[in-house]
Design a protein around this ligand. Structure first.
Ligand code: DC
Length: 225
């Protein structure tokens, strides 16, 4: 069976996961959050006390890790680290930064590549990340590059944390976002960049519903779905 794949790439905080999840729901596709896979590796290395910048350490420990993706009845993606569900543990600011550094290592990207491609071979997917349209699924049916200014992304993240009752300082969050943008776009292997055949959607001035509707329309035009 030929599957349909929607690749959504873009920088941290552009709204990829919220939008990809909604689109997957509307289309009846599987949502694959590839950032969560890198976060799982970062979390594992952190538990073993390996610095995300330590290439030798990462190389030495990577064989000890088995990453699994499971879906519950509601379609929610669960990340399994050597059989243990770490879905909630990987959602911290610290792991965000570490995942960005961990993802630069060749051994990490190689290990995760087939896993991502297999998902798209087996299922119709909306897959979000940094290199989906460029490296993981260069033949994706539809490619979207979702972006927004760093200031807007920092403001959104700030509001999100405040709404959850967590402390959030705009300046600190903006700096973290800028640092992650730099790391993700400047690494040697599979850096974040727009694929040539990708459609850019700048969400700075758009609501979530508007973005979902706009991308839904692009998908309809390209696939008839
Ligand atoms: O999307 P996220 O914030 O959960 O991703 C965490 C980090 O993982 C991100 O800063 C870079 C890395 N990543 C990647 O290199 N390639 C992907 N396809 C997805 C994420």
């Amino acid at each position: 069976m030929k599957t349909v794949s929607i690749a959504i790439d873009g920088p941290a905080g552009a709204g990829k996961s919220t939008i990809a999840r909604q689109l997957a729901h509307e289309l009846g596709f599987r949502y694959v959050d590839t950032g969560a896979i890198y976060r799982t590796v970062a979390y594992f290395m952190d538990l073993w006390g390996v610095s995300p910048k330590d290439a030798d350490g990462v190389n030495r420990y990577i064989d000890e890790l088995t990453v699994g993706i499971e879906y519950d009845e509601s379609g929610l993606q669960h990340m399994m680290m050597n059989g243990m569900d770490v879905t909630n543990d990987i959602r911290t600011q610290e792991i965000s930064q570490k995942a960005s550094l961990i993802s630069a290592h060749a051994c990490v990207r190689e290990m995760l590549l087939d896993m991502q491609r297999d998902m798209a071979k087996q299922y119709n997917v909306v897959m979000d990340g940094r290199d989906i349209g460029t490296v993981v699924l260069p033949k994706a049916t539809v490619k979207i590059f979702l972006t927004a200014s760093a200031e807007v992304r920092a403001k959104r993240r700030c509001d999100e944390l405040t709404a959850k009752g967590q402390k959030a300082k705009y300046e600190t969050i903006l700096k973290e976002i800028q640092q992650r943008d730099y790391q993700d776009t400047h690494r040697d292997i599979a850096p974040l960049k727009m694929a040539r055949d990708s459609i850019k959607v700048d969400t700075s001035e758009m609501t979530i519903a508007e973005v979902v509707a706009a991308i839904r329309e692009i998908i309809r035009e390209k696939t008839g779905l």
